[in-house]
Design a protein around this ligand. Structure first.
Ligand code: ZN
Length: 89
């Protein structure tokens, strides 16, 4: 009963999230798995973990929905997506 409530808490600085983060970074070899517009994997040393499907879109903290990301990609992701949706002739 106690575990249920803490599992529903949003991620951020909880001990559980910190553990998941390290597990994902290890799985991905501490390399950024974000894909650039040209289809190449970034491959830079990763310090962050990115949700492939964002939590507000129903994404979970399951390993399949997480990937290692470098600070640059994690920050630049939104900008990249905007420029992609803006490709109007
Ligand atoms: Zn990166």
């Amino acid at each position: 009963m106690v575990g249920m409530a803490s599992a529903l808490k949003p991620t951020g600085s909880t001990a559980a999230w910190r553990r998941i983060r390290i597990a994902i970074l290890r799985r991905d070899g501490y390399r950024c798995q974000m894909m650039h517009g040209d289809g190449r994997i970034c491959g830079q040393p990763a310090t962050d973990v990115d949700h492939i499907v964002r939590r507000e879109h129903g994404g979970t903290d399951a390993p399949g929905n997480l990937r290692a990301a470098c600070t640059r990609c994690n920050r630049g992701w939104r900008r990249t997506q905007r420029s992609v949706t803006r490709t109007v002739p």
